[in-house]
Design a protein around this ligand. Structure first.
Ligand SMILES: C[S@@+](CC[C@H](N)C(=O)[O-])C[C@H]1O[C@@H](n2cnc3c(N)ncnc32)[C@H](O)[C@@H]1O
Ligand SMILES: [Zn+2]
Length: 282
């Protein structure tokens, strides 16, 4: 759902958030359905079916991006299959998961403008009072059930927003799929207002102790089974691009942020531990 008010904070992903102006567009009941956006340096981006596509293809060159695009194709195919099977009806009705509710409580977000990067279908929005928290979702894959909230097609590494646009940025179970984490963290610092916060939900692996070893083995077995199934079913879940140990992740984040608080969330005994972390720009 792309309305005029979203233009206040959209920015050129190629020019570090330079303002964008709307060119010839077609509106329908207050939603900008088709048209294009242009920055002062003449970068132009399309708007399709109510979604601004703020991805500059020329920034995604090199072998690593090629690998990432193949990885993303896995998500796309899986989602298309789900849509064909009409699973999206249940996903539309489905609300946020219990884990997402725990995480929203942990963040303490109660008001402001929140950017959810790698939002998928954007279910995290159901955790907030929409009159107090303006939820904005960003993901390179456009899903059909993202038409009733501000959704922007874009990349974590080139956030298509003006500087100092958000009070909070969240990433739920998606950091391990981004290609360039340092580039993303720099962008988070740019788009946050002074004093704004960055909150992360991420699976981590702890190979310490008996429980850690059991979890590690369970995870390796699951990955092995999934990769075998993946050979037979190319539309299986794409594997993570990165795996994190809790301490390595915290050390990486400390290079960019001041860590405010941290919590470990155990969904099930043998499922990977989820780490919740809240940070401020260092
Ligand atoms: C496992 S899903 C998590 C979706 C959602 N956050 C949730 O918890 O339901 C990971 C998401 O990351 C997105 N993603 C992958 N690479 C990305 C990138 N470079 N920038 C933004 N999102 C990306 C994928 O399209 C996918 O929707
Ligand atoms: Zn530009």
């Amino acid at each position: 759902m792309f309305t005029q008010s979203i233009l206040d904070y959209l920015g050129c992903p190629t020019c570090g958030g330079a303002p964008l102006s709307l060119e010839a567009s077609r509106e329908q009941a207050g939603t900008i359905m088709e048209g294009s956006l242009r920055c002062t340096a003449t970068h132009r981006f399309p708007i399709h079916s109510g979604v601004p596509i703020l991805i500059d293809q020329s920034t995604m060159i090199g072998d690593e991006w090629k690998l990432w695009q193949e990885h993303l194709n896995g998500f796309q195919k899986r989602r298309e299959r789900r849509e064909r099977e009409k699973i999206q009806i249940t996903s539309k009705l489905g609300r946020a998961s219990i884990q997402q509710h725990h995480f929203s409580t942990f963040t303490g977000i109660q008001a402001g403008r929140l950017l959810d990067v790698g939002c998928g279908p954007g279910k995290f929005r159901y955790c907030f009072d929409q009159h107090r928290v303006e939820y904005v979702g960003l993901d390179p894959i456009v899903l059909p059930d993202t038409d009733d909230f501000p959704f922007i097609a874009g990349l974590a590494e080139y956030l298509p927003f003006k500087t100092a646009s958000f009070t909070d940025v969240t990433v739920l179970a998606a950091l391990d799929h981004f290609k360039d984490k340092p580039a993303f963290f720099s962008e988070v610092r740019r788009v946050l207002v002074p004093g704004g916060r960055f909150h992360l939900l991420q699976s981590i692996h702890e190979a310490n102790g008996l429980k850690g070893t059991l979890k590690y083995l369970a995870h390796e077995t699951k990955d092995y089974i999934e990769s075998r199934l993946g050979e037979a079913n190319p539309e299986g879940v794409p594997p993570h691009m990165t795996e994190f140990g809790g301490n390595d992740l915290a050390a990486l984040l400390r290079q960019f942020f001041t860590l405010d608080k941290e919590q470990r969330y155990e969904a099930r005994l043998l499922a990977p531990t989820r780490m919740f972390i809240s940070m401020r720009a260092a």
